[in-house]
Ligand binder design. Sequence first.
Ligand code: ATP
Ligand code: MG
Length: 560
Amino acid sequence: MAEENNVAEVAAGNFIEDFINEDIAEGGMYEGKTVHTRFPPEPNGYLHIGHAKAICIDFGMAEKFGGKCNLRMDDTNPTKEDVEYIDAIEEDIKWLGFDWEDRFYFASEYFEQMYEYAVELIKKGLAYVCELTPEQVRENRGDLTTPAKSPYRDRPIEESLDLFERMKNGEFEEGRMTLRAKIDLASGNFNMRDPVIYRINRIPHHRTGNTWCIYPMYDFAHPIEDAIEGITHSLCTLEFEAHRPLYDWVIDNITSPCKPRQIEFSRLGINNTVMSKRKLRQLVEDGYVNGWDDPRMPTLCGLRRRGYTPASIRNFCERIGVSKTNSTVEYSFLEHCLREDLNENAKRVMCVLNPIKLIITNYPEDKTETFDVENNPQKAEDGMRTITFSRECYIEAEDFIEEKVKGYNRFYPGNEVRLKSAYIVKCTGCKKDENGKVVEVYAEYDPETRGGDTPDGRKVRGTVHWVDAKNYIDAEVRLYENLFTDPEPDVGDKNFLDYINPTSLTILENCKIEKSVEGAEYPTFYQFMRMGYFCIDKDSTTDKLIFNRSVSLKDGYKKK
Ligand code: ATP
Ligand code: MG
């Protein structure tokens, strides 16, 4: 139940904040009360980035107003197994950094009360047992100028009470009858045309087993759940806007302990992906991805595995804002938010993804020298690390071409290139195998350029990353692209499965990474210089390091 609260008004912000401010102000419906919200996921799948938006709003509003936010499993639809989903939902919300403390509820705990509220409505003449089949209900729903019809609408209260009880006792088969609210068959809002509020369903429920064989419909159950928990503001997505009159009708017509206010906001969509749990489940079950936490999935566990940080997701949700118009946000904006965070916080290391050997022919065979380099130029406090350098190192195959091309500043015979933080070297040629494939690149170093500086100020345009061939670790690196080739794979009549991107995952098994990453564990975030931001994968072991590319660097960066 709502409690006394002396938290001051929050400065005007988005429209939800404005409504709440209005309600808690003097004369408002919750004057002096604690703001109380809830996040009500249906435990039938993993949470996705759309849910993150709702979580940030539900928990975020409570935080802002010094209130509380409940976590409630909206499990009024009977299903068998949900434990995996429930655990994952809790983990994901905690990971984002929100806390429901001890306010963790199941809507199914309220079945008895919901039943009693339904009986109350029947007794008040506000609900009746209807024996139309779902098909007949549809046929009789009328249109804008014709009201709906039900021959059972005026059946005596006693008869409805008796039938409803017998429905509960399991005397009728599924679909045989329903309980309908008696509201307005001519309403312009079809949700108000005597909506079904209870149906028979014989699937066992994951928590209540076979105790119930009748289940409340969402529109009836949800306001009751909110009322029982003393919710002041029931924040939900826009598709419930047309259901709000029904939400209010239920609250107004039962003996409700309080009167929650429903406020709707727009759903988040992101391009080149799908967001419905049903579709995400299909991707998992049909093997299009390797599980709910596949780093290509827009699920929170997928994003986490990909290397997204809680801060980047919260920041994204904050910046996309809250509005009343559904819109699709560019995937690249989510990536932008991650890049900002990692630019600040990721350790820089060198890793060669497609290695080719560079041999520095004028460097002594058995010499090894060391260089101290910064872990993060953005953060001096992250300190320095030591890397080694010797006669042979690995560079990216794409950093060598046999003949000069305009604008290409890396290795080609005759060109000078900077090996990042080490030396300036001049390319002298290459060796090819019998198929004409370049297998080694040769260069000579200038001993006067230790650290990568040119004492005479001569210009060296290209700087490349490298890894000492005497001191490295082998690594597997997984690169990702959009899961779908179409920006809106599930809009209109499109079948999203027709737009799966066949190259959404590239696995590079022969990468060479500097030794400093030895023993790295999740969550450690890296910037592989010139290659992007990476994160250790959960399949990684000490014997086999595996990294995911979380996001590439800005395109502009590479051209430098
Ligand atoms: P889905 O279509 O993905 O199954 P849902 O709405 O059925 O979504 P729920 O588990 O019922 O999923 O959602 C819990 C809460 O999260 C609801 O309040 C819902 O409005 C909100 N939510 C779900 N998807 C989005 C989204 N894309 N953007 C913002 N909020 C969302
Ligand atoms: Mg749902």
